[in-house]
Design a binder for this molecule. Structure first.
Ligand code: SF4
Length: 406
């Protein structure tokens, strides 16, 4: 059974001063993950958290270490635990990872479990609680969400993403990181939405802006210790920055992080849409950033490729409404086993691969990856799973007669 709530409570109650006419963002660099985090939090009045229950929401959505640039650095989380506790808060860490990933295994792999154990700080698998149905009054692409109960039970939610580019959304930062508070598989619903007539923006990006109206973190702490550029959020290159960004307005905090990544927040659809609706400020000229020399820390990130097929010569990727899990699997497969793909196909110079639910048809001979492509399985080779793992794809292409796969 799914409970209901009044979502107005979620967006309006914050102990922090959330002044959208004068947003402030803190940046600290060059001291290592723990001390950078302490430095930015020291600039924020944490006295207001005394006696409050604080939920830290890092990006621990995948089985990956922080050095990969995929997940939040555990020392950022460690410093946040220590700082909030010193301020008198009761702290826990929660996550609901991408489908196919077990939460506690992800906490272990990221190193967050280790720093939590050292501090006797609870780790919460947010997929195990009773989900709550939240209405979105201002929703354009979505009118409701099914969320993990902890986001309502805790007084303060702190979004702690990694600074990453993202194939579908250009970046994934504090606003988008809240998608990891959607309950279990309901996260993938945002990837499956039909295009809205008369609106150029992808429904996924509109839905993230819709989501941000009800899942607004009270504080955003962006980990730029090791970010990810290029094929983010999981198959790009790690990018060392050694900095942390923090602020109360998640849009302003994301906008400053975008600038540090050499990107313009106006080019990030979910940030632009949210800012147009008044959810936050992304015009960096209207944001007070400390220190005022912060621009010197800018280190441009390689953008995600517009077209995956350009990145993998000989492979045509048809991606229609896939979610991050299938995309990660495919990119992982191509990075690890791309050469084997062509060895399995002597004489062939091009392979077509389909992921996602939105294909009306696919060419004959397509490698169809994931259950979402099942209706086209007779067109070529089908790899079941939601998501499949890379080794399953390898097994599928090596064990059967691949004649016709192109
Ligand atoms: S099959 Fe892939 S794209 Fe479809 S829901 Fe599963 S993980 Fe997402």
């Amino acid at each position: 059974m799914i409970g209901d709530t009044n979502q107005k409570d979620m967006r309006s109650i914050t102990p922090f001063r959330d002044d959208r006419s004068n947003p402030q963002v803190q940046v600290a660099a060059g001291k290592g993950a723990y001390d950078n985090t302490r430095a930015v939090l020291l600039q924020i009045d944490l006295a207001v958290v005394k006696g409050k229950r604080v939920l830290l929401k890092p990006n621990a959505g995948r089985i990956a270490s922080a050095e990969s640039g995929i997940t939040t650095n555990p020392q950022v989380v460690a410093a946040a635990i220590d700082m909030f506790r010193d301020a008198g808060a009761i702290v826990a860490i929660g996550e609901s990872p991408i489908i196919g990933v077990e939460t506690m295994a992800a906490f272990e792999a990221t190193g967050i479990a280790s720093v939590a154990r050292e501090r006797n700080c609870p780790l919460i698998d947010m997929d195990t609680g009773q989900p709550v149905h939240v209405l979105i009054e201002d929703g354009v692409a979505i009118q409701s969400l099914t969320v993990c109960p902890e986001v309502l039970e805790y007084d303060i939610i702190v979004s702690i993403p990694v600074m990453k580019t993202h194939m579908h959304t250009l970046v994934t930062l504090a606003v988008k990181n809240m998608k990891g508070c959607l309950w279990r598989r309901t996260k993938i619903d945002l990837h499956m939405l039909p295009q809205i007539d008369g609106i150029d923006d992808r429904s996924l990006n509109i839905a993230i802006a819709d989501m941000s109206s009800v899942l607004r973190p009270h504080l955003s702490l962006i980990d730029g210790t090791t970010g990810m550029e290029g094929l983010g959020p999981s198959a790009g290159q790690p990018k060392e920055l050694d900095l942390v960004v923090a602020g109360i307005d998640p849009f302003a905090t994301d906008a400053v992080a975008c600038s540090l990544m050499g990107l313009n927040a106006e080019d990030v659809p979910h940030l632009r849409i949210g800012a147009e609706r008044g959810y936050g400020v992304i015009d960096v000229t209207r944001i007070q950033v400390n220190p005022d020399t912060w621009h010197d820390l800018c280190s441009p990130f390689e953008r995600p490729p517009e077209n995956l097929s350009l990145r993998f010569p000989g492979v045509t990727i048809l991606d229609e409404q896939s979610c991050s899990a299938c995309q990660s699997t495919l990119l992982m497969f191509l990075k690890r086993y791309g050469e084997k793909l062509f060895k399995s196909l002597p004489g062939q110079e091009n392979v077509t691969i389909a992921i996602g639910k939105g294909h009306e048809s696919v060419p004959y001979g397509t490698l169809c990856i994931g259950n979402c492509t099942a209706e086209h399985k007779n067109q070529g080779v089908f790899v079941s799973g939601c998501p499949p793992v890379a080794s399953q794809i390898l097994k599928a292409i090596t064990k059967r007669d691949l004649e016709g796969l192109r």
